[in-house]
Design a protein around this ligand. Structure first.
Ligand SMILES: CC(C)(COP(=O)(O)OP(=O)(O)OC[C@H]1O[C@@H](n2cnc3c(N)ncnc32)[C@H](O)[C@@H]1OP(=O)(O)O)[C@@H](O)C(=O)NCCC(=O)NCCSC(=O)CCC(=O)O
Ligand SMILES: NC(=[NH2+])NCCC[C@H](N)C(=O)O
Length: 344
């Protein structure tokens, strides 16, 4: 059986194993013991509320309770860019126009920005290929929306997610090869590694300061602006189902899109509901329903097949055990699929 739960210190070795499978461009999930160890410590302090909300990094794992193996990971950072700068390119427009010659040119431009400073970030979504079946990917990604809906006071009004950008078959980034390489003089993986380790001052030192005309870039770089890595397409779709969208910000290295939403406009904020666990009733077989407990320090979430009726939700003893809850406890629910919602 699977459960999504708050990470524990004892998950570190398994997390490093998982990170080894991820591949390049996942800046926040490198198989580096120091980096992930520090992150897990911050995550444990985040769930225990011993550090301020803007410093928190809530990491969740999907655990296969039968084998004890970690199937996947995902995270929410309370706020980005408050202790090290957070850079993006904003795609803008410059118009060059001459009435006399009847020429009107509209040019796409890239502006280096720190506009998304302070936003809450969804990141680090990875499901081991062995577990990519059924509803597992959706469940893992969407667990974070249920968490935000349960604890909205811990997050900022704006939510973002930086998606892994497009890579060619040989793993190179056409956007980086067309732009970044001229300035950084090193491979994409090396700059991604430096960024991951928090060594970001080189960006301000080496990045071009002036706005760039997109038309000056090689075609191969222009074509991939705002495009995701092939294995990131499902991740993008899942976030878009929940109300996130592209608003013209891209990654400075690989031009992967940044998705954004106002927290108040997320589907989970609108449609998730609370219910009381009814330990006596038998669940009926219905569409998959995300169900979480309501404990910050021991957050756990499952997919159940039951509908809340009159504010009560029937859960089996196994489901209650997975959620660390019992009859009479409060849980939060959200339909897994977008089209249908459950109203109590
Ligand atoms: C992202 C996940 C966890 C998703 O799991 P699965 O692959 O099992 O997902 P799935 O259920 O098969 O697909 C989810 C939805 O995407 C649709 N889908 C599948 N392939 C698609 C494609 N090529 N283009 C568009 N949509 C696609 C499916 O039909 C389904 O939509 P319907 O509901 O309509 O059926 C996994 O693919 C993964 O670990 N990827 C590699 C790591 C990665 O790139 N992670 C994201 C990095 S970026 C990041 O971490 C920030 C973002 C974040 O944290 O969320
Ligand atoms: N465009 C990029 N490569 N962004 C890197 C971030 C990818 C993903 N958000 C992560 O958590 O690691």
């Amino acid at each position: 059986m699977l459960v999504v739960r708050a990470i524990h210190s004892s998950d570190l070795d398994a997390l490093i194993d998982l990170a080894r499978q991820v591949g390049s461009g996942m800046t926040t999930l490198k198989p580096d013991r120091k980096m992930l160890g520090d992150r897990v410590s911050v995550a444990v302090a985040s769930f225990a509320e011993t550090i301020p909300p803007e410093q928190r990094d809530y990491m969740f794992v999907m655990e296969d309770t039968t084998s004890g193996r970690l199937a996947g990971v995902c995270a929410i950072k309370g706020a980005v860019g408050l202790d090290e700068p957070f850079y993006n390119y904003r795609i803008g427009t410059l118009v060059h126009s001459s009435r006399e010659l009847d020429v009107f040119t509209r040019m796409d431009t890239l502006y280096l920005s720190n506009d998304l400073t302070g936003a809450t970030e969804l990141c680090s979504l990875f499901l081991h290929p062995d577990y990519r079946s059924g509803n597992n990917g959706k469940w893992l990604s969407k667990s974070r929306f249920l968490f935000i809906a349960q604890f909205p006071h811990l997050f900022t009004a704006k939510l973002i997610a930086e998606m892994r950008g497009y890579q060619a078959e040989d793993g190179s980034s056409p956007f980086y090869e067309g732009l970044g390489r001229h300035f950084f003089k090193m491979d994409f993986n090396h700059v991604d590694h430096l960024t991951a380790m928090g060594k970001k001052s080189f960006i301000a030192e080496l990045m071009p300061r002036q706005p760039l005309y997109v038309a000056y870039l090689p075609e191969s770089a222009q074509e991939v602006i705002g495009k995701v890595h092939l294995s990131t397409a499902p991740a993008r779709r899942l976030l878009e189902q929940e109300g996130m969208h592209f608003e013209g910000y891209v990654d400075i290295f690989d031009a992967g899109p940044v998705l954004q939403a106002r927290v108040s406009e997320l589907r989970a904020m609108r449609d998730s509901t609370v219910a009381t666990v009814d330990a006596g009733a038998t669940p009926t077989d219905t569409d998959p329903l995300l169900v979480s407990n309501t404990k910050l320090n021991d957050f756990r979430m499952i997919v159940a097949h039951a509908n809340p009726v009159s504010g009560k939700l029937a859960l089996t003893p196994d489901e209650q055990a997975l959620l660390h809850c019992q009859g009479g406890d409060t849980v939060r629910t959200l339909s897994l699929n977008v089209r249908k919602n459950v109203h109590v």
